[in-house]
Design a protein around this ligand. Structure first.
Ligand code: ZN
Ligand code: ZN
Length: 263
């Protein structure tokens, strides 16, 4: 730890961004990057557990039982091969992601990125020739926010998987209102045709790992995957830090019924 960091820690002792508790003085990772969340808050992130749909990764509400396709993926197979998220979008993690995205606090990626990277390592066990792409922001939104939160997460994943990140080729070519501001039925139309793969040549036949912070209905990921497969990418998988437990891509709420084909 640098002398300046030590001095700053004495003057402004670092606090957890969620609960405001003081962080231990040795908090930080091997690279020397400071941490922003305390262990009690991190331990309250709720993991997503099986049974889940092997395609969209949405968990079924009732515990126990086998993984099986959900109704939405059976009826309307998405353009991606699979999506996975380690956590539910709720509680302290929801607050951390809000502060990360809207609180002008890109440094939180130092706490959240390694969690996603560790999950990626267990999910994508096999070595595969793939490229990582973050879900892009429209240039207008990028200017407003100053950073793309998905790219910051993707860099941690790329380091863990020893893969390159391409954050320029997949582009958001249409400015769209945030998905969260729209009724569920309008979300699919909102992102339709919003993405394009620029200069697709090098990606013909390639595998792409898309990275995003949160999945709600999955429409954004599906639309990115459509743009990629249309341009010749062989396979698209999606990795997100958290997903909501609400509606699927077609606006259906999760069912309490545990039987196959329900979501
Ligand atoms: Zn805390
Ligand atoms: Zn599904």
């Amino acid at each position: 730890m640098s002398l300046l960091r030590r001095l700053l820690d004495v003057i402004y002792p670092p606090r957890c961004l969620i609960c405001r508790e003081f962080l231990p003085t040795d908090s930080g990772d091997e690279s020397g990057a400071p941490r922003f969340l305390c262990h009690p808050c991190l331990s309250r992130f709720r993991p997503i557990v099986p049974p889940l749909c092997p395609v969209c990764g949405r968990p079924f509400p009732a515990p126990g039982g086998e993984d099986h396709l959900c109704e939405a993926c059976l009826k309307h197979p998405p353009a991606y091969e699979a999506t996975r998220a380690p956590y539910r979008f709720e509680g302290p993690l929801m607050e951390a992601i809000h502060r990360f995205k809207y609180g002008g606090n890109p440094s939180i990626a130092h706490s959240l990125g390694p969690l996603l990277a560790g999950f990626a390592r267990t999910w994508l066990a096999e070595d595969e020739d793939r490229v990582i792409m973050p879900v892009p922001l429209h240039p207008k939104r990028l200017r407003e926010r100053g950073f793309n939160q998905s790219l910051l997460l993707a860099r941690h994943v790329a380091r863990e998987l020893e893969t390159e990140v391409d954050f320029l080729s997949l582009r958001r070519v249409r400015y769209t209102p945030p998905q969260t501001t729209l009724p569920k039925e309008a979300r699919r139309k909102n992102v339709r045709g919003a993405f394009q793969l620029h200069n697709p040549g090098p990606y013909k036949g390639k595998s792409v790992l898309l990275v995003d912070d949160v999945a709600t209905t999955g429409n954004t990921l599906n639309e990115c995957a459509r743009a990629l497969t249309r341009s010749g990418c062989r396979k698209v998988r999606c990795l997100v830090l958290a997903r909501t437990m609400g509606q699927d891509r077609h606006g259906h709420p999760p069912s309490k019924d545990q039987g196959p084909g329900r979501d």
